[in-house]
Design a protein around this ligand. Structure first.
Ligand SMILES: Cc1ncc(COP(=O)(O)O)c(C=O)c1O
Length: 459
Protein backbone atom coordinates (compact mmCIF):
# COMPACT_ATOMS: atom_id res chain seq x y z
CA UNK A 1 0.00 0.00 0.00
CA UNK A 2 1.23 3.44 -0.87
CA UNK A 3 -0.64 5.43 1.81
CA UNK A 4 1.36 8.38 3.02
CA UNK A 5 1.59 9.21 6.68
CA UNK A 6 0.12 12.43 7.92
CA UNK A 7 2.87 14.63 9.17
CA UNK A 8 3.12 15.51 12.82
CA UNK A 9 3.52 19.12 11.74
CA UNK A 10 0.20 19.17 9.90
CA UNK A 11 -1.47 17.56 12.91
CA UNK A 12 -0.17 20.28 15.21
CA UNK A 13 -1.03 22.96 12.70
CA UNK A 14 -4.56 21.61 12.51
CA UNK A 15 -4.99 21.45 16.27
CA UNK A 16 -3.74 25.02 16.45
CA UNK A 17 -6.25 26.18 13.87
CA UNK A 18 -9.09 24.36 15.56
CA UNK A 19 -8.13 25.79 18.89
CA UNK A 20 -7.72 29.31 17.53
CA UNK A 21 -11.11 29.10 15.89
CA UNK A 22 -12.58 27.97 19.20
CA UNK A 23 -13.79 24.60 17.87
CA UNK A 24 -13.73 21.36 19.73
CA UNK A 25 -12.51 18.69 17.29
CA UNK A 26 -15.92 17.46 16.22
CA UNK A 27 -15.50 15.14 13.29
CA UNK A 28 -18.17 14.89 10.64
CA UNK A 29 -19.57 18.39 10.72
CA UNK A 30 -19.25 21.38 8.49
CA UNK A 31 -17.26 23.08 11.25
CA UNK A 32 -14.58 20.43 11.00
CA UNK A 33 -14.16 21.00 7.26
CA UNK A 34 -14.23 24.77 7.70
CA UNK A 35 -11.61 24.63 10.44
CA UNK A 36 -9.45 22.29 8.37
CA UNK A 37 -9.72 24.70 5.44
CA UNK A 38 -8.69 27.60 7.69
CA UNK A 39 -5.68 25.62 8.82
CA UNK A 40 -4.34 25.32 5.26
CA UNK A 41 -5.33 28.79 4.04
CA UNK A 42 -2.50 30.33 2.03
CA UNK A 43 -1.35 27.03 0.56
CA UNK A 44 -2.01 26.24 -3.09
CA UNK A 45 -4.79 23.76 -3.95
CA UNK A 46 -2.19 21.50 -5.61
CA UNK A 47 -0.13 21.45 -2.42
CA UNK A 48 -3.16 20.65 -0.23
CA UNK A 49 -4.27 17.93 -2.69
CA UNK A 50 -1.70 15.58 -1.13
CA UNK A 51 -2.23 16.57 2.52
CA UNK A 52 -3.90 13.48 3.97
CA UNK A 53 -4.54 15.13 7.28
CA UNK A 54 -6.73 17.74 5.62
CA UNK A 55 -8.60 15.15 3.53
CA UNK A 56 -9.17 12.93 6.54
CA UNK A 57 -11.39 15.66 7.96
CA UNK A 58 -13.32 15.74 4.70
CA UNK A 59 -13.68 11.95 4.68
CA UNK A 60 -15.22 12.09 8.14
CA UNK A 61 -17.97 14.35 6.85
CA UNK A 62 -19.59 11.37 5.10
CA UNK A 63 -21.42 8.32 6.38
CA UNK A 64 -20.32 5.61 4.00
CA UNK A 65 -20.17 1.90 3.49
CA UNK A 66 -16.41 1.47 3.40
CA UNK A 67 -16.72 -2.27 2.80
CA UNK A 68 -17.17 -1.24 -0.82
CA UNK A 69 -14.89 0.98 -2.86
CA UNK A 70 -17.04 3.39 -4.80
CA UNK A 71 -15.33 4.52 -7.96
CA UNK A 72 -18.59 5.36 -9.68
CA UNK A 73 -19.28 8.80 -8.28
CA UNK A 74 -20.05 10.02 -11.78
CA UNK A 75 -23.44 8.37 -11.51
CA UNK A 76 -24.45 10.18 -8.35
CA UNK A 77 -22.59 10.72 -5.12
CA UNK A 78 -23.40 10.34 -1.43
CA UNK A 79 -24.19 13.66 0.26
CA UNK A 80 -22.15 14.75 3.27
CA UNK A 81 -23.88 14.08 6.60
CA UNK A 82 -24.81 17.73 7.13
CA UNK A 83 -26.57 17.80 3.79
CA UNK A 84 -28.54 14.63 4.41
CA UNK A 85 -29.47 15.78 7.89
CA UNK A 86 -30.73 19.09 6.57
CA UNK A 87 -32.81 17.27 3.95
CA UNK A 88 -34.46 15.18 6.69
CA UNK A 89 -34.95 18.29 8.82
CA UNK A 90 -36.71 20.22 6.05
CA UNK A 91 -38.85 17.23 5.17
CA UNK A 92 -39.90 16.81 8.77
CA UNK A 93 -40.63 20.49 9.12
CA UNK A 94 -42.70 20.67 5.93
CA UNK A 95 -44.53 17.52 6.89
CA UNK A 96 -45.79 19.16 10.11
CA UNK A 97 -48.11 21.35 8.09
CA UNK A 98 -47.31 21.13 4.36
CA UNK A 99 -49.84 23.71 3.30
CA UNK A 100 -48.12 26.31 5.47
CA UNK A 101 -44.45 25.36 5.35
CA UNK A 102 -44.20 24.52 1.63
CA UNK A 103 -44.96 28.09 0.65
CA UNK A 104 -42.55 29.40 3.23
CA UNK A 105 -39.69 27.19 2.08
CA UNK A 106 -40.52 28.03 -1.54
CA UNK A 107 -39.94 31.71 -0.74
CA UNK A 108 -36.84 31.02 1.30
CA UNK A 109 -35.07 29.05 -1.42
CA UNK A 110 -34.77 32.27 -3.41
CA UNK A 111 -31.67 32.76 -1.25
CA UNK A 112 -30.24 29.59 -2.79
CA UNK A 113 -30.73 31.00 -6.28
CA UNK A 114 -28.74 34.08 -5.21
CA UNK A 115 -25.95 32.04 -3.65
CA UNK A 116 -25.72 29.56 -6.55
CA UNK A 117 -25.55 32.41 -9.06
CA UNK A 118 -22.82 34.17 -7.07
CA UNK A 119 -20.76 30.98 -6.72
CA UNK A 120 -21.06 29.80 -10.30
CA UNK A 121 -20.90 33.15 -12.07
CA UNK A 122 -24.22 34.22 -13.55
CA UNK A 123 -27.13 36.53 -12.74
CA UNK A 124 -29.68 35.07 -10.31
CA UNK A 125 -32.35 35.82 -12.92
CA UNK A 126 -30.55 33.46 -15.32
CA UNK A 127 -30.62 30.40 -13.07
CA UNK A 128 -33.55 28.00 -12.68
CA UNK A 129 -33.44 25.29 -10.02
CA UNK A 130 -34.62 21.94 -11.36
CA UNK A 131 -34.60 18.24 -10.47
CA UNK A 132 -31.59 17.21 -12.54
CA UNK A 133 -29.78 17.57 -15.84
CA UNK A 134 -32.34 15.55 -17.79
CA UNK A 135 -35.06 17.98 -16.80
CA UNK A 136 -32.87 21.05 -17.39
CA UNK A 137 -31.71 19.94 -20.80
CA UNK A 138 -35.12 18.75 -21.94
CA UNK A 139 -36.57 22.13 -21.07
CA UNK A 140 -34.10 23.65 -23.51
CA UNK A 141 -34.29 20.88 -26.10
CA UNK A 142 -38.07 20.68 -26.25
CA UNK A 143 -38.56 24.36 -25.53
CA UNK A 144 -36.86 25.83 -28.60
CA UNK A 145 -38.99 26.37 -31.72
CA UNK A 146 -37.84 24.26 -34.66
CA UNK A 147 -39.52 23.54 -37.97
CA UNK A 148 -39.40 20.38 -40.08
CA UNK A 149 -36.02 20.24 -41.77
CA UNK A 150 -34.25 22.40 -39.17
CA UNK A 151 -31.03 20.75 -38.10
CA UNK A 152 -29.57 19.98 -34.68
CA UNK A 153 -25.89 19.06 -34.58
CA UNK A 154 -24.84 16.91 -31.64
CA UNK A 155 -22.43 14.00 -31.13
CA UNK A 156 -22.62 10.22 -30.86
CA UNK A 157 -21.09 10.50 -27.38
CA UNK A 158 -23.76 12.73 -25.92
CA UNK A 159 -25.94 11.37 -23.14
CA UNK A 160 -28.49 8.76 -24.36
CA UNK A 161 -31.50 10.45 -22.77
CA UNK A 162 -30.62 13.71 -24.48
CA UNK A 163 -30.16 11.97 -27.84
CA UNK A 164 -33.54 10.32 -27.32
CA UNK A 165 -35.08 13.75 -26.77
CA UNK A 166 -33.81 14.96 -30.16
CA UNK A 167 -34.83 11.68 -31.80
CA UNK A 168 -38.36 12.16 -30.50
CA UNK A 169 -38.52 15.62 -32.09
CA UNK A 170 -37.20 14.05 -35.28
CA UNK A 171 -40.04 11.51 -35.24
CA UNK A 172 -42.66 14.01 -34.16
CA UNK A 173 -41.77 17.14 -36.11
CA UNK A 174 -39.39 16.01 -38.81
CA UNK A 175 -36.33 17.93 -37.61
CA UNK A 176 -32.95 16.68 -38.78
CA UNK A 177 -30.47 15.37 -36.20
CA UNK A 178 -26.80 15.07 -37.14
CA UNK A 179 -24.55 13.19 -34.74
CA UNK A 180 -20.84 13.81 -35.11
CA UNK A 181 -18.28 11.18 -34.19
CA UNK A 182 -14.87 11.92 -32.67
CA UNK A 183 -11.89 9.89 -31.42
CA UNK A 184 -10.94 9.89 -27.72
CA UNK A 185 -9.04 11.57 -26.34
CA UNK A 186 -8.99 14.45 -28.77
CA UNK A 187 -8.34 18.17 -28.75
CA UNK A 188 -10.63 21.19 -28.49
CA UNK A 189 -9.40 22.26 -31.93
CA UNK A 190 -10.44 18.98 -33.47
CA UNK A 191 -13.92 19.18 -31.91
CA UNK A 192 -14.30 22.79 -32.99
CA UNK A 193 -13.43 21.94 -36.59
CA UNK A 194 -15.84 19.02 -36.66
CA UNK A 195 -18.73 21.28 -35.64
CA UNK A 196 -17.64 24.09 -37.96
CA UNK A 197 -17.44 21.76 -40.97
CA UNK A 198 -20.87 20.27 -40.24
CA UNK A 199 -22.80 23.57 -40.29
CA UNK A 200 -25.41 23.81 -43.04
CA UNK A 201 -27.90 26.58 -43.89
CA UNK A 202 -30.54 24.64 -41.90
CA UNK A 203 -28.46 24.28 -38.71
CA UNK A 204 -30.34 25.84 -35.80
CA UNK A 205 -28.90 24.16 -32.67
CA UNK A 206 -25.55 22.89 -31.36
CA UNK A 207 -25.93 20.42 -28.50
CA UNK A 208 -22.81 19.00 -26.83
CA UNK A 209 -21.35 18.14 -23.43
CA UNK A 210 -18.99 20.38 -21.48
CA UNK A 211 -17.32 17.10 -20.48
CA UNK A 212 -18.77 13.76 -21.60
CA UNK A 213 -20.03 11.13 -19.20
CA UNK A 214 -17.89 8.52 -20.97
CA UNK A 215 -14.26 9.64 -21.05
CA UNK A 216 -14.69 13.18 -19.68
CA UNK A 217 -13.67 14.56 -23.08
CA UNK A 218 -13.81 18.34 -22.70
CA UNK A 219 -15.41 20.55 -25.36
CA UNK A 220 -14.33 24.13 -26.18
CA UNK A 221 -17.64 25.60 -25.02
CA UNK A 222 -16.85 29.28 -25.41
CA UNK A 223 -15.37 28.91 -28.91
CA UNK A 224 -18.26 26.76 -30.11
CA UNK A 225 -20.79 29.18 -28.58
CA UNK A 226 -19.16 32.16 -30.33
CA UNK A 227 -19.11 30.28 -33.62
CA UNK A 228 -22.77 29.35 -33.17
CA UNK A 229 -23.87 32.85 -32.22
CA UNK A 230 -22.14 34.33 -35.25
CA UNK A 231 -24.35 32.13 -37.40
CA UNK A 232 -27.62 32.47 -35.48
CA UNK A 233 -27.31 28.96 -34.01
CA UNK A 234 -28.50 28.24 -30.44
CA UNK A 235 -26.10 26.40 -28.10
CA UNK A 236 -27.40 23.91 -25.55
CA UNK A 237 -24.63 22.53 -23.34
CA UNK A 238 -24.81 19.42 -21.19
CA UNK A 239 -22.95 20.31 -18.00
CA UNK A 240 -24.19 17.34 -15.97
CA UNK A 241 -20.65 16.37 -15.00
CA UNK A 242 -18.96 19.76 -15.03
CA UNK A 243 -20.43 22.14 -12.48
CA UNK A 244 -19.01 21.38 -9.04
CA UNK A 245 -16.31 19.09 -10.39
CA UNK A 246 -13.91 21.77 -11.63
CA UNK A 247 -14.02 25.56 -11.42
CA UNK A 248 -15.37 27.87 -14.13
CA UNK A 249 -17.96 30.63 -14.39
CA UNK A 250 -21.16 30.03 -16.30
CA UNK A 251 -21.18 33.44 -17.97
CA UNK A 252 -17.68 32.86 -19.39
CA UNK A 253 -18.95 29.92 -21.43
CA UNK A 254 -21.16 32.27 -23.49
CA UNK A 255 -23.63 29.49 -24.33
CA UNK A 256 -27.40 29.96 -24.46
CA UNK A 257 -28.52 27.14 -22.16
CA UNK A 258 -26.57 24.92 -19.76
CA UNK A 259 -28.06 21.99 -17.81
CA UNK A 260 -26.55 20.47 -14.65
CA UNK A 261 -27.08 17.60 -12.21
CA UNK A 262 -26.34 18.92 -8.74
CA UNK A 263 -26.59 15.42 -7.22
CA UNK A 264 -23.38 14.54 -9.00
CA UNK A 265 -20.40 16.76 -8.24
CA UNK A 266 -22.04 19.33 -5.98
CA UNK A 267 -22.97 16.48 -3.56
CA UNK A 268 -26.57 17.72 -3.27
CA UNK A 269 -29.42 15.33 -2.45
CA UNK A 270 -30.72 13.32 -5.40
CA UNK A 271 -33.33 15.39 -7.23
CA UNK A 272 -31.39 18.63 -7.61
CA UNK A 273 -30.28 20.26 -10.81
CA UNK A 274 -30.10 23.66 -12.41
CA UNK A 275 -30.56 25.30 -15.76
CA UNK A 276 -28.67 28.42 -16.76
CA UNK A 277 -30.26 30.41 -19.58
CA UNK A 278 -28.60 33.53 -20.95
CA UNK A 279 -30.93 36.39 -20.09
CA UNK A 280 -31.83 37.44 -23.66
CA UNK A 281 -32.63 33.83 -24.50
CA UNK A 282 -35.16 33.20 -21.72
CA UNK A 283 -38.19 34.28 -23.81
CA UNK A 284 -36.99 32.03 -26.69
CA UNK A 285 -37.43 28.78 -24.70
CA UNK A 286 -40.90 27.44 -23.84
CA UNK A 287 -41.07 25.84 -20.37
CA UNK A 288 -41.78 22.09 -20.24
CA UNK A 289 -44.85 22.72 -18.11
CA UNK A 290 -46.97 25.64 -19.29
CA UNK A 291 -46.54 29.05 -17.69
CA UNK A 292 -48.61 32.26 -18.09
CA UNK A 293 -47.55 34.79 -20.74
CA UNK A 294 -46.51 37.35 -18.10
CA UNK A 295 -43.73 34.92 -17.15
CA UNK A 296 -42.26 34.70 -20.66
CA UNK A 297 -39.07 36.47 -19.61
CA UNK A 298 -38.92 35.09 -16.06
CA UNK A 299 -36.44 32.28 -15.32
CA UNK A 300 -38.94 30.89 -12.77
CA UNK A 301 -41.25 29.79 -15.58
CA UNK A 302 -38.96 26.75 -15.96
CA UNK A 303 -39.56 25.74 -12.35
CA UNK A 304 -43.33 25.41 -12.25
CA UNK A 305 -43.89 21.69 -11.92
CA UNK A 306 -46.86 21.64 -9.54
CA UNK A 307 -46.30 20.46 -5.97
CA UNK A 308 -42.58 20.44 -5.29
CA UNK A 309 -40.51 18.19 -3.02
CA UNK A 310 -39.19 21.35 -1.30
CA UNK A 311 -37.15 19.54 1.36
CA UNK A 312 -34.82 18.23 -1.36
CA UNK A 313 -34.45 21.70 -2.87
CA UNK A 314 -33.86 23.42 0.48
CA UNK A 315 -31.03 21.02 1.36
CA UNK A 316 -29.16 22.29 -1.71
CA UNK A 317 -28.24 25.27 0.46
CA UNK A 318 -26.22 23.04 2.75
CA UNK A 319 -24.56 21.25 -0.19
CA UNK A 320 -23.43 24.62 -1.47
CA UNK A 321 -22.10 25.55 1.98
CA UNK A 322 -20.12 22.28 2.05
CA UNK A 323 -18.73 22.95 -1.43
CA UNK A 324 -17.68 26.44 -0.36
CA UNK A 325 -16.10 25.21 2.88
CA UNK A 326 -14.01 22.84 0.78
CA UNK A 327 -13.35 25.37 -1.97
CA UNK A 328 -13.97 24.56 -5.63
CA UNK A 329 -10.29 24.83 -6.58
CA UNK A 330 -9.16 22.58 -3.74
CA UNK A 331 -11.78 19.98 -4.55
CA UNK A 332 -10.77 19.90 -8.24
CA UNK A 333 -7.08 19.62 -7.32
CA UNK A 334 -7.78 16.66 -5.01
CA UNK A 335 -9.89 14.87 -7.61
CA UNK A 336 -7.09 15.33 -10.13
CA UNK A 337 -4.52 14.14 -7.60
CA UNK A 338 -6.48 10.92 -6.99
CA UNK A 339 -6.97 10.33 -10.71
CA UNK A 340 -3.34 10.97 -11.62
CA UNK A 341 -2.24 8.64 -8.83
CA UNK A 342 -3.89 5.62 -10.42
CA UNK A 343 -3.61 6.67 -14.06
CA UNK A 344 0.13 7.42 -13.88
CA UNK A 345 0.79 4.16 -12.03
CA UNK A 346 -1.14 2.03 -14.53
CA UNK A 347 -0.25 3.69 -17.81
CA UNK A 348 3.34 2.48 -17.49
CA UNK A 349 2.02 -0.87 -18.68
CA UNK A 350 1.82 -0.84 -22.50
CA UNK A 351 -1.49 -2.76 -22.44
CA UNK A 352 -3.18 0.01 -20.48
CA UNK A 353 -4.83 2.75 -22.52
CA UNK A 354 -6.03 5.90 -20.79
CA UNK A 355 -8.81 7.50 -22.84
CA UNK A 356 -8.94 10.85 -21.04
CA UNK A 357 -6.60 13.82 -21.47
CA UNK A 358 -4.12 13.75 -18.58
CA UNK A 359 -1.87 16.61 -19.66
CA UNK A 360 -1.64 20.26 -18.78
CA UNK A 361 -3.56 22.52 -18.64
CA UNK A 362 -5.87 20.18 -16.73
CA UNK A 363 -8.90 18.73 -18.52
CA UNK A 364 -9.37 15.71 -16.28
CA UNK A 365 -10.31 15.76 -12.60
CA UNK A 366 -12.62 13.17 -11.05
CA UNK A 367 -13.67 11.23 -14.18
CA UNK A 368 -11.17 9.24 -16.20
CA UNK A 369 -11.59 6.30 -18.57
CA UNK A 370 -9.21 3.42 -19.12
CA UNK A 371 -9.11 0.04 -20.81
CA UNK A 372 -6.80 -2.93 -20.98
CA UNK A 373 -5.85 -4.22 -24.41
CA UNK A 374 -7.56 -7.51 -25.18
CA UNK A 375 -9.87 -7.44 -22.12
CA UNK A 376 -13.62 -6.85 -22.22
CA UNK A 377 -14.35 -4.02 -19.77
CA UNK A 378 -17.51 -5.80 -18.60
CA UNK A 379 -15.41 -8.79 -17.53
CA UNK A 380 -12.92 -6.43 -15.93
CA UNK A 381 -15.61 -4.58 -13.96
CA UNK A 382 -17.11 -7.86 -12.78
CA UNK A 383 -13.69 -9.04 -11.64
CA UNK A 384 -13.07 -5.79 -9.74
CA UNK A 385 -16.42 -6.15 -8.00
CA UNK A 386 -16.22 -9.89 -7.31
CA UNK A 387 -12.66 -10.00 -6.02
CA UNK A 388 -12.03 -6.50 -4.65
CA UNK A 389 -15.53 -5.05 -4.06
CA UNK A 390 -14.65 -2.10 -6.30
CA UNK A 391 -17.46 -0.39 -8.19
CA UNK A 392 -16.41 1.12 -11.52
CA UNK A 393 -18.62 1.35 -14.54
CA UNK A 394 -17.88 -0.43 -17.84
CA UNK A 395 -19.07 1.51 -20.88
CA UNK A 396 -19.56 0.01 -24.31
CA UNK A 397 -21.21 1.68 -27.27
CA UNK A 398 -24.72 0.63 -28.19
CA UNK A 399 -26.51 0.22 -31.49
CA UNK A 400 -28.40 3.23 -32.89
CA UNK A 401 -30.38 5.13 -31.63
CA UNK A 402 -28.20 4.89 -28.48
CA UNK A 403 -24.77 6.37 -28.00
CA UNK A 404 -22.59 4.75 -30.65
CA UNK A 405 -18.84 4.69 -30.13
CA UNK A 406 -16.14 2.24 -31.11
CA UNK A 407 -14.17 1.85 -27.90
CA UNK A 408 -14.68 0.27 -24.50
CA UNK A 409 -14.05 2.20 -21.32
CA UNK A 410 -13.90 1.48 -17.65
CA UNK A 411 -14.96 4.79 -16.14
CA UNK A 412 -13.28 5.50 -12.83
CA UNK A 413 -14.65 8.35 -10.72
CA UNK A 414 -13.48 8.77 -7.11
CA UNK A 415 -14.69 11.58 -4.87
CA UNK A 416 -13.42 13.87 -2.14
CA UNK A 417 -14.05 11.18 0.47
CA UNK A 418 -12.01 8.55 -1.40
CA UNK A 419 -8.89 7.45 0.50
CA UNK A 420 -5.47 6.83 -0.98
CA UNK A 421 -5.77 3.29 0.28
CA UNK A 422 -8.87 2.80 -1.87
CA UNK A 423 -7.10 4.20 -4.93
CA UNK A 424 -4.14 1.93 -4.26
CA UNK A 425 -6.42 -1.08 -3.94
CA UNK A 426 -7.76 -0.21 -7.38
CA UNK A 427 -4.20 -0.03 -8.75
CA UNK A 428 -3.42 -3.40 -7.16
CA UNK A 429 -6.61 -4.94 -8.59
CA UNK A 430 -5.82 -3.68 -12.09
CA UNK A 431 -2.25 -5.00 -11.79
CA UNK A 432 -3.72 -8.36 -10.77
CA UNK A 433 -6.01 -8.28 -13.84
CA UNK A 434 -3.07 -7.41 -16.08
CA UNK A 435 -0.85 -10.14 -14.69
CA UNK A 436 -3.33 -12.97 -14.20
CA UNK A 437 -6.21 -12.12 -16.52
CA UNK A 438 -9.88 -12.09 -15.53
CA UNK A 439 -12.64 -14.69 -15.96
CA UNK A 440 -14.50 -14.20 -19.22
CA UNK A 441 -17.70 -15.86 -18.12
CA UNK A 442 -20.15 -13.01 -18.66
CA UNK A 443 -23.53 -14.71 -18.23
CA UNK A 444 -25.08 -12.16 -20.51
CA UNK A 445 -23.45 -9.14 -22.06
CA UNK A 446 -26.58 -7.20 -21.16
CA UNK A 447 -26.63 -8.03 -17.46
CA UNK A 448 -24.93 -5.64 -15.05
CA UNK A 449 -23.61 -6.35 -11.55
CA UNK A 450 -27.15 -5.89 -10.28
CA UNK A 451 -29.28 -8.74 -11.61
CA UNK A 452 -31.64 -7.55 -14.31
CA UNK A 453 -30.03 -4.11 -14.60
CA UNK A 454 -28.21 -3.69 -17.87
CA UNK A 455 -24.63 -2.41 -17.76
CA UNK A 456 -25.48 0.50 -19.98
CA UNK A 457 -27.88 1.93 -17.40
CA UNK A 458 -25.32 2.09 -14.59
CA UNK A 459 -24.03 5.55 -15.16
C1 LIG B 1 -23.72 13.76 -19.57
C2 LIG B 1 -25.00 13.57 -18.81
N1 LIG B 1 -26.08 14.29 -19.15
C3 LIG B 1 -27.24 14.18 -18.50
C4 LIG B 1 -27.40 13.31 -17.45
C5 LIG B 1 -28.72 13.19 -16.77
O1 LIG B 1 -28.64 13.65 -15.47
P1 LIG B 1 -29.81 13.40 -14.41
O2 LIG B 1 -29.79 11.94 -14.11
O3 LIG B 1 -29.45 14.27 -13.28
O4 LIG B 1 -31.08 13.83 -15.02
C6 LIG B 1 -26.31 12.52 -17.05
C7 LIG B 1 -26.41 11.55 -15.95
O5 LIG B 1 -25.62 10.69 -15.74
C8 LIG B 1 -25.09 12.67 -17.75
O6 LIG B 1 -24.01 11.94 -17.41
Amino acid sequence: MRSEMWSRRSFLRMCGALGAAGYALKPGGLEGVEAASQSIAGRSPEDVAGDEFYWREVQLAFKLDRTLINLNNGFTAPCPRVVLESEFRYMEMINMLPVHYQGMVAKNVETIRLRMAAEFGCEPEELALTRGASESLQIAQNGIDLKAGDEVITTEQDYPRMLTTWDQRLRREGIKVTRLQFPVPTTGDDLFRRFERAISPRTKVFHFCHVTNLTAQMFPVQRLSRLARSKGIVTIVDGAHALGQFPFKLRDLECDAYGVSLHKWLLAPIGNGCLYVRREMIPKFWPLQAAPEQQDGDIRKFESIGTHPWGIRAALGEALAFHQALGGERKAARLRYLTLRWANALKKNPRVKVLSNLGEPPETWGVCAVNIEGMDVRDLAKFLMDKYRIIAVPLVGGAPPNQVFDYQALRVSPNVYTTLEEIDTFIMAMEDALKNGVPTSLASADDGPVAGVPWASIR
